[in-house]
Ligand binder design. Sequence first.
Ligand SMILES: Nc1ncnc2c1ncn2[C@@H]1O[C@H](COP(=O)(O)OP(=O)(O)OP(=O)(O)O)[C@@H](O)[C@H]1O
Ligand SMILES: [Mg+2]
Length: 259
Amino acid sequence: MKTIIDVKNLTKTFGSRKNKVNVLENISFSVEEGEFVGIMGPSGAGKTTLLNILSTISFPTLGSIVINGADLTSLKGDNLSEFRRKNLGFILQDFHLMNTLTARDNILLPLAVEKKSLAEIDQKIEVASEMLGIKGILNQYPDELSVGQKQRVAAARALIEEPKIIFADEPTGALDSTSATELLNYLHDISLHKDTTILMVTHDPYTASYCNRILFIKDGAIFSEIVRRGSRREFFNKVIDMQATIGGGGRSNAISSGL
Ligand SMILES: Nc1ncnc2c1ncn2[C@@H]1O[C@H](COP(=O)(O)OP(=O)(O)OP(=O)(O)O)[C@@H](O)[C@H]1O
Ligand SMILES: [Mg+2]
């Protein structure tokens, strides 16, 4: 097994000198190639912050991150863009679709830079849109799509280049259960057969049960980790137990804080 993500002593601080908040504090972990890792924890725990740093959208205050042999803190400008394009795919919490482009052109955006042949592009979009059930909406613009449709377009865009590593933030949040299950089966499949590494933030135990391992984050630090050894059902129950131990997911937090 090859380590593909190696995080050491990662700290992220927001705010000015007087008003500093450590949103992530001294986080260390590593991920092997082909692992499907979930990141869970209460709302505000720092999950999106962590994912954004690993996916090079934002930068750590302290610590080191090595992804596929490259030290992220030393990559800048064009080198960083090239690294991102060659290695990473994103399905983010807000979908980052371009409103001036159709769904089809949004999905094709990563391929445009690569100068692929038309036939190859058509074939890739056929496969991705079939799998995600979005063939009928390819010519519509993001404004004309439902939240779930936007999420599927964003997923297709992330998957079309078959990146080595996929970062997903609540990828099933806006999907009905059939589309969610299809997407999860696909993610599970590529982690198993194509050695794609996946890091996925989710609040949902069903979604999480597709992972091999889950890191639980609380107050900006790793609280615990669970590894799947038996059936998905067993793992699902473990996730629920751990959520209860850690103090619930986002929803239960929101409810109790309103009382
Ligand atoms: N740019 C920022 N400036 C200041 N504080 C921030 C910034 N971004 C996030 N935070 C704070 O960092 C903490 C963690 O936020 P983050 O979005 O990572 O949480 P999360 O675990 O993804 O939550 P959720 O489950 O609700 O998506 C929160 O308290 C948030 O207010
Ligand atoms: Mg978040």
